[in-house]
Design a protein around this ligand. Structure first.
Ligand SMILES: Cc1cc2nc3c(=O)[nH]c(=O)nc-3n(C[C@H](O)[C@H](O)[C@H](O)COP(=O)(O)O)c2cc1C
Length: 176
């Protein structure tokens, strides 16, 4: 698929089939994140791919009632950020007011989304979760923060994604 086709085809999918996601595909998806750009190339990302059934059930339980649909996902990827670089993350961020490491996480995780789509998989970003609960459950190091999650899996056959609208281009693009 061409990039344009992948972008146009992608929708947030909130119901998955029971088919597990092949490990090679998860690795390919992580590779797409690995290759993404980041501020000063500091690569402040770490990823946890949750595929263990018991852990998945518990992890889905920390996403709130609004995300109860996530229980159907055979894989949840936790996108974690690590602010390691003194200059980029601890000096430049407060000076400029730009949270570079969060931008980097967004870019890397959207790379994952697009790669997953190309591999015939579906995803949904999940930004509403109990970070404390999830960090404990996954036994993550103290200095890791969970920026966001992605559910990953094969779309359930009977599921049609919600139609979502976008602002027209003339509202979001200006030329100067
Ligand atoms: C940062 C971020 C956080 C999100 N958090 C959630 C979430 O917690 N639960 C959910 O069901 N969808 C979540 N979404 C999905 C959005 O609701 C969805 O992308 C938007 O409605 C547009 O629909 P589409 O992705 O199908 O085009 C999130 C999306 C982003 C980018």
């Amino acid at each position: 698929m061409q990039v344009e086709e992948v972008i146009k085809k992608r929708k947030s999918i909130r119901k998955y089939s029971a088919k597990p996601v092949e490990k090679e595909k998860i690795i390919k998806i992580a590779e797409a994140a690995r290759l993404s750009p980041s501020a000063s190339n500091k690569q402040p990302w770490r990823f946890v791919a949750i595929t263990d059934k018991e852990l998945l059930e518990k992890a889905a339980g920390s996403l709130g009632a609004i995300n109860s649909w996530a229980r159907t996902a055979p894989c949840i990827i936790a996108g974690c950020s690590v602010k390691k670089d003194i200059i980029t993350h601890w000096i430049a961020e407060p000076l400029s007011g730009v949270r570079y490491h969060i931008l980097d996480m967004g870019i890397a995780m959207e790379h994952m989304v697009l790669q997953a789509e190309e591999l015939g998989l579906s995803t949904c970003w999940v930004g509403w979760f109990d970070e404390r609960k999830l960090k404990k459950l996954l036994n993550l190091p103290l200095n890791w923060r969970i920026a966001s999650l992605l559910t990953l899996g094969y779309r359930a056959e009977n599921y049609e994604p919600k139609a979502t609208k976008r602002l027209p281009l003339d509202r979001i693009l200006v030329f100067r």
